[in-house]
Write a protein that binds this ligand. Structure first.
Ligand SMILES: *[C@@H]1O[C@H](CO)[C@@H](O)[C@H](O)[C@H]1NC(C)=O
Ligand SMILES: *[C@@H]1O[C@H](CO)[C@@H](O)[C@H](O)[C@H]1NC(C)=O
Length: 234
């Protein structure tokens, strides 16, 4: 066993602790669960909401401060919260879209690209020990609206028609809708080109109606405008 393996348990316990006391207190600290911050949902696009969710907030927490920065610089402070009295104060980086909770979590509504960056939570316990924990929020571009086109919007009964869903990113998952509900695929329908192309052959009267496609990348989705399809008798 080298020195590294000997040191790691203490480094783990001391991580982020700004100790005011002797380092030995750290060696003897009980193995308490570590404070972590989880992003909920894990990925967010512009316009969505993000919760910087705090797990394992110390039970003896007296106050916590949130910063939109890697360090605890006051001009980057979002809000501070005094736990014993439930008093919160808005700081320079605060906005109406941000809410801090008793649990320590921070909610940011209607996120923009400018909300991306490192957030820091500074907590103080009854011993006046402080701890810094970071989380990186990345706000993604929402997907662009897809365009739905048909080779013809009037198909003759027993004829065939192909609808194509055009989106900027070919890797997106595609869902088809018929009259504003998930399309029920009959055996006369085939999907091709990674679900972006729908062929109906032979068409029947019951296929007449409004078609839409919806593209999604897991954290944002957009629906095309509706395309009206009519089926004329032979
Ligand atoms: C602070 O808020 C929490 C959660 O809403 C509540 O359980 C607690 O009693 C409150 N404390 C005070 C002093 O109001
Ligand atoms: C979200 O923010 C955008 C500007 O970034 C604004 O145009 C829009 O109205 C906001 N939406 C809501 C629901 O507040």
């Amino acid at each position: 066993m080298g020195a590294e393996t000997m040191e790691s348990p203490s480094l783990f316990l001391c991580k982020g602790l700004l100790l005011t006391a002797f380092l030995l207190t750290c060696w003897n600290a009980p193995a308490t669960a570590e404070l972590t911050i989880e992003l909920l949902p894990p990925m967010v696009a512009e316009g969505g909401n993000s919760v910087l969710f705090v797990h394992e907030m110390p039970l003896n927490v007296q106050a916590f401060y949130w910063y939109k920065q890697r360090d605890s610089t006051k001009s980057y402070e979002v809000a501070r919260y005094l736990t014993p009295t439930n008093q919160s104060s808005k700081m320079p980086q605060h906005s109406d879209r941000k809410t801090v909770f008793y649990s320590g979590s921070l909610l940011i509504r209607n996120v923009t690209k400018a909300d991306s960056g490192v957030y820091t939570l500074l907590t103080f316990n009854t011993e006046m020990e402080s701890e810094l924990t970071h989380v990186h929020l990345e706000v993604h571009e929402p997907v662009a609206q897809p365009t739905l086109q048909a080779d013809s919007t009037t198909v003759t009964e027993a004829g065939s028609v192909t609808l194509t869903c055009f989106s900027e990113d070919p890797g997106l998952s595609i869902r088809w809708l018929f009259n504003h509900q998930g399309l029920y695929f009959s055996d006369r329908m085939t999907l091709s080109q990674k679900n972006s192309r729908l062929t109906i052959d032979p068409a029947k009267r019951e296929d007449a109606g409004e078609y839409q496609c919806e593209v999604s990348n897991g954290y944002s989705s957009k629906m095309s405008l509706a395309l009206q399809m009519s089926v004329a008798s032979e």
